[in-house]
Design a protein around this ligand. Structure first.
Ligand SMILES: [Zn+2]
Length: 456
C-alpha cells in the first residue's frame, strides 16, 4: 500500500501544536519528521507519496463514541445504516465510531451483541460497541461478563428514561452499576427522570398540547439534573465509573462538577447541538420543530453559553454527537402527538467543523473529539494519537475554510439537517484510515466493510 509523507503541516494532537511532517508506513504512523530534515531524501528512502500540507493542520482521526446507526425506534428504523452512516463520519474527519448494543428485554445481551457485530461489519470506518442493559435478569451479570471477556465490550449504557422500553428503575440501575464496578466497565448514563417525563407528557397531551413545542416542556432541565444527581449518587455508592452522556443543561454540569469536588470521578460528554442551537427551534414549522426533537431537548441560549464556557475549563471530557437520523416522513409519525416523533438528528458528519467553529485552543479541540474518547473507551494510543506506532488515522484539516452546511451536500442519506444553513469554519480536506486515503475533497472512497472492529 502507498506510504505517505505529509509535509509542511501544523501537527496538532491533544498535547502540542508544532510544525513538521509525518510519515506513514502501511497502516501505522512511522515517524514525525521535524523541520530541517531533508524531506526529499526521506521520501525517496521510504518510497513515499508526498502530500504538501502547507497552511493545513494534521490531526488524529476523530473518535465519536456516541452514534446510533441502524437503530429501530418508535416503530421505524433510522435512515442510515453502518455503511452510509460511517461514510458520512469519514467525510467529516471521524475515523472511529462507537455504537450501541441494545438488547430486547427478553434477549441475552450476548446474542444481541453478536447480531449487532454482524450489522456493524458493513462499517466503512473503524468501530467499537457499548453494551446496554435494558432489563435486569438473573443472567444479565453473566452475559455482561461474557460480552467483556469474549467480545471485548468494556462499557455499559444505562437509561434512566424510556422506562416503558429500554430504561431501568433505580433498583436495577444500582444492580447494573454494581456489576459494572465488578467487571470494570465504564457506565454511560442517559440521565432524564423517566417517571417525571412520562407524567409531564401525559399532562401536556391531556391538555391538548400535542405539537413539538410541548417536547422541551416535557423534559425541562430540572428533569435531567435530578437524574444526574441520582445517578451519580448511585454510582458513588456502587463504586462504578460513570460517564454522563449528552449533558444539555447548565444545572446538570453543575451537579457533575459538584460531585467531582467531593472527590468522585465523573466523565462527561456534551454535543454540538446543545452548544450551538436552542429551543426556539420548537416554535418553527412542524417539519423544522420535529427535526429538532431529541432527548434531552435543545435548551434556552443561556444553557448553551454556560456549556460553551465550560469547554476551555476542561469540565467536559468528550464532544460526541448522539447521531440518530430520521427522514422527514419518519418525523411525521408524530404529527398528531409529539411523543411519537422519533427522537434524534444527524450530526456525525459535522462534529469537527461545528466544534472547530467554537474557536477552542487547537489542542483542547483534539482532546475533546479524539484523544479523550479514545482513552476513556480503551482505544488510546492506537486511536486519537499522532505518535509513531498509532494507526495512521489522519485528517488534513483546513482551519481557514469558511462554508455553510447544506443537507444536499452531506454524505448522509437523510433528507434534511438541523444544521441547514449553519455557517462553519474549518473543513476536512483529506482523511486517512489506517494509512489508506479514504476522503479526498468531497469524494469518499472507503468501501463498505473496510472498517475494523477494535475490541476483539
Ligand atoms: Zn444516544
Amino acid at each position: 500500500m502507498t506510504s505517505y509523507l505529509i509535509i509542511n503541516a501544523t501537527l496538532v494532537d491533544a498535547q502540542v501544536e508544532r510544525r513538521g511532517s509525518l510519515r506513514t508506513d502501511g497502516e501505522r504512523i512511522a515517524e514525525i519528521v521535524l523541520p530541517g530534515a531533508d524531506l526529499a531524501t526521506v521520501a525517496e528512502r521510504h518510497g513515499c507519496t508526498i502530500v504538501d500540507a502547507a497552511g493545513r493542520w494534521l490531526i488524529p482521526g476523530a473518535v465519536d463514541p456516541h452514534v446510533h446507526f441502524a437503530l429501530p425506534a418508535g416503530g421505524t428504523v433510522t435512515v442510515d445504516d453502518f455503511a452510509s452512516g460511517s461514510r458520512s463520519a469519514l467525510a467529516g474527519g471521524t475515523t472511529t465510531i462507537i455504537d450501541f448494543v441494545t438488547p430486547g428485554r427478553d434477549q441475552s445481551v450476548v446474542e444481541a451483541a453478536e447480531l449487532r457485530l454482524a450489522e456493524a461489519a458493513r462499517s466503512c470506518c473503524d468501530f467499537a460497541l457499548h453494551a446496554s442493559a435494558t432489563a435486569w435478569r438473573p443472567s444479565t451479570a453473566v452475559e455482561l461478563r461474557e460480552c467483556r471477556d469474549r467480545l471485548g465490550l468494556r462499557s455499559l449504557k444505562l437509561y434512566l428514561a424510556y422506562l416503558e422500553s429500554i430504561g431501568l428503575f433505580d433498583d436495577d440501575i444500582a444492580r447494573a452499576m454494581q456489576t459494572a464496578a465488578d467487571l470494570d466497565l465504564t457506565v454511560l448514563l442517559h440521565c432524564e427522570d423517566g417517571v417525571e417525563v412520562t407524567h409531564r407528557q401525559q399532562q401536556l397531551l391531556a391538555a391538548g398540547d400535542t405539537g413539538p413545542s410541548a417536547h422541551p416542556r416535557s423534559r425541562p432541565p430540572e428533569v435531567e439534573t435530578a437524574a444526574v444527581v441520582r445517578a451519580l449518587d448511585l454510582a458513588a455508592r456502587t463504586g462504578c465509573r460513570p460517564y454522563v452522556v449528552h449533558v444539555s443543561a447548565a444545572s446538570s454540569l453543575a451537579a457533575i462538577t459538584a460531585a467531582r469536588a467531593r472527590g468522585q470521578t465523573v466523565l462527561s460528554e456534551t454535543c454540538p447541538q446543545y452548544l450551538m442551537l436552542d429551543a426556539a427551534r420548537y416554535e418553527a414549522s412542524f417539519a423544522d420543530a420535529a427535526a429538532a426533537v431529541m432527548s434531552p431537548p435543545l435548551r434556552t441560549p443561556a444553557h448553551g453559553t454556560a456549556l460553551r464556557e465550560a469547554l476551555p475549563r476542561g469540565d467536559f471530557d468528550v464532544l460526541a454527537t448522539d447521531h440518530c437520523a430520521f427522514a422527514r416522513a419518519q418525523k411525521d409519525l408524530g404529527r398528531l402527538d409529539f411523543t411519537r416523533i422519533p427522537g434524534g438528528a444527524a450530526g456525525v458528519e459535522h462534529r469537527l467543523a461545528l466544534s472547530h467553529t467554537l474557536g477552542l485552543a487547537p489542542t483542547d479541540w483534539v482532546r475533546l473529539v479524539a484523544q479523550r474518547p479514545a482513552e476513556i473507551f480503551g482505544l488510546y494510543p492506537r486511536k486519537g494519537s499522532l505518535e509513531p506506532g498509532a494507526d495512521a488515522d489522519l485528517v488534513l484539516w483546513d482551519p481557514a475554510a469558511e462554508w455553510t452546511i447544506t443537507s444536499a451536500a452531506d454524505h448522509h442519506p437523510g433528507d434534511h439537517s438541523i444544521w441547514e444553513g449553519f455557517p462553519v469554519k474549518g473543513r476536512a480536506e483529506k482523511v486517512w484510515l489506517r494509512g489508506t486515503m479514504v476522503v479526498d475533497g468531497a469524494e469518499v472512497t472507503a468501501r463498505d466493510g473496510e472498517g475494523r472492529f477494535l475490541l476483539d
